[in-house]
Ligand binder design. Structure first.
Ligand SMILES: [Mn+2]
Length: 254
């Protein structure tokens, strides 16, 4: 039996608080709705700490499922030793630490956030849908998947087949730098690269209603291209100085 509320997947937030706030305003979650965060709530963007606080608050407003991303996996591994901590810092963790306090260390992350991260699931499955962070193996039940397939493997259309269960798979992780959802019918990637001038995407999986917001907290208008493409077309038309050759203000930085 299908649950009464909406079932809404949310792509990789990556510390983009303004995008998340904007998206939640648009979605206006009701208590019967279920929001499935596909992982990578943290790192790269500036406001990871506030994003985790917002998720804690959201859990009092509607049902929330959090699928674990590779970035959360790296953070949870920092207690294994210095090398793990250094590696996480290099792939976006420094911004997460600075979101607690400039120059913060791992001990500055509050207990409530660790508890929240430990609540993340490996994947989420309903009667019609499968949600993972990164990818899936078409002929394997989800329970037999390993962490690489769930959280690290790139979503490459040429290598994908429908999952044997017949369920539609929803994933994040593989950045769609053009800002558009990659919809293969049997599988859909909604990581539209929010922290890199793209959008944060929410998708209601039954109705296919889509919300997209920029990291500056603006809702996408119909057909609006990502900032990267607007800038590149301005460069092509000679309206702005090309990235890297001018004063830096138009530079496109990953
Ligand atoms: Mn990821």
């Amino acid at each position: 039996m299908r649950a009464p509320g909406r079932l809404i997947a949310v792509g990789d937030v990556h510390g983009c608080l303004h995008a998340l706030e904007c998206l939640l305003k648009g979605v206006a979650p009701r208590p019967e709705d279920c929001l499935v965060f596909l992982g990578d709530l943290i790192d790269n963007g500036r406001d990871s700490a506030a994003v985790l606080d917002r998720i804690l608050e959201l859990r009092r407003q509607c049902q929330v499922v959090m699928v674990r991303g590779n970035h959360e996996e790296l953070l949870l591994a920092v207690h294994e030793g210095e090398a793990a901590l250094r590696y996480w810092e290099e792939v976006g963790g420094v911004n997460t630490l600075n979101s607690y306090r400039f120059g913060a260390g791992i001990d500055d992350i509050p207990e409530a956030h660790w508890v929240l991260l430990f609540d993340q699931v490996q994947y989420y499955e309903t009667e019609q849908f499968i949600f993972t962070h990164a990818n899936y193996v078409s002929d394997l039940p989800l329970v037999d998947h390993v962490e690489h397939e769930l959280r690290w493997a790139l979503f490459e259309p040429e290598n994908l087949r429908p999952h044997h269960s017949g369920k539609t798979v929803i994933v994040g992780h593989t950045e769609q730098r053009n800002g558009e959802i990659l919809d293969l019918g049997f599988a859909i990637c909604i990581d539209t690269a929010c922290w890199k001038h793209g959008w944060l995407t929410a998708l209601e999986v039954h109705s296919r209603q889509v919300w997209q917001a920029s990291r500056w907290g603006m809702m996408r208008t119909d057909g609006e291209p990502v900032l990267r493409e607007r800038l590149m077309s301005a460069v092509d038309r000679g309206l702005v100085v090309s990235a890297g050759t001018g004063d830096g203000r138009t530079g496109l930085v990953d």
